[in-house]
Design a protein around this ligand. Structure first.
Ligand code: PGA
Length: 256
């Protein structure tokens, strides 16, 4: 059984005081929800405050939206893995389509980040996904396989189960267009097949694959009930605590 994992990607939103007030509400709202792992990835500036508030809490983990693979040095504006570890950060989002498209991150650089995260006990949330043009050309499976092969080169099989993969079709991010549950399931099943090629079927079955792209309280349940959808990576709908709580609750019939 793969434990569901719901992550908030706040992107460049929320000041420290806004983050603090979100977490005050959110901790109360999810206090009784069990059996789901929750990750909040705020901007770097809010990590110290949230680390104080959430600490090493069992049900809410901290994530970072980015880091640099080098351990230290002349990389103006960047943050290292050890800086994140000191703040109890457990997860790091790698390869988000905004980083690929706006900041020009290549599969080779993403691969360096995956390896560096693993060497520093940070669990990667590795994002993959095709653009609309690629889907319309019928190339989505090839694109996903290429991104996985590129990002996971030289990753030892024993590191695979601790990774999280986020399938995020670029055309569904922030657009209000969600992949249908069937489209998402098909992409997730394909992703798991590629992961099995890169490791083995038993290992691939342990890896959690999140769906991301306009996940909302109203569509979360259907997406999360698909056999290969093990969680969600949520942007816009994670900025308001009640809406994020409803998505977390959608994981378990009994909650919510
Ligand atoms: P969205 O973003 O939920 O606002 O579509 C998801 C993401 O980019 O991770």
């Amino acid at each position: 059984m793969r434990k569901k994992i719901i992550a908030a990607n706040w992107k460049m939103n929320m000041t420290v005081s806004e983050a603090e007030s979100f977490v005050d509400d959110f901790q109360r709202e999810v206090a009784d929800i069990t059996g789901v792992e929750i990750v909040i990835a705020p901007p770097f500036t809010s990590l110290p405050k949230l680390s104080e508030l959430v600490g090493d809490s069992q049900n809410i983990r901290l994530g970072a939206q980015n880091f640099h693979p080098e351990p230290s040095g002349a990389f103006t504006g960047e943050i290292s893995a050890s800086m994140l570890r000191e703040l109890f950060v457990r997860y790091v989002i790698i390869g988000h389509s905004e980083r690929r498209q706006i900041f020009g991150e290549s599969d080779a650089f993403i691969n360096q980040k995956v390896l560096a995260a693993q060497a520093n006990e940070l669990k990667p949330i590795l994002c993959i996904g095709e653009t609309l043009a690629e889907r319309e050309a019928g190339r989505e499976k090839e694109i996903l396989a290429g991104q996985l092969h590129g990002a996971l080169a030289n990753v030892p099989v024993e590191e695979f189960p601790d990774m999280v993969i986020a399938y995020e079709p670029v055309w569904a991010i922030g657009t209000g267009k969600t992949a249908t549950a069937a489209q998402a399931q098909e992409a997730h099943a394909h992703t798991r097949e590629v992961l099995a090629e890169l490791s083995n079927p038993e290992t691939a079955n342990k890896i959690r694959i999140q769906y991301g792209g306009s996940v909302k309280p109203d569509n979360a349940k259907e997406l999360l009930s698909q056999p290969d959808i093990d969680g969600a990576l949520v942007g816009g709908a994670s900025l308001e605590s009640r809406s994020f709580t409803r998505i977390v609750s959608a994981c378990c019939e009994d909650n919510g």
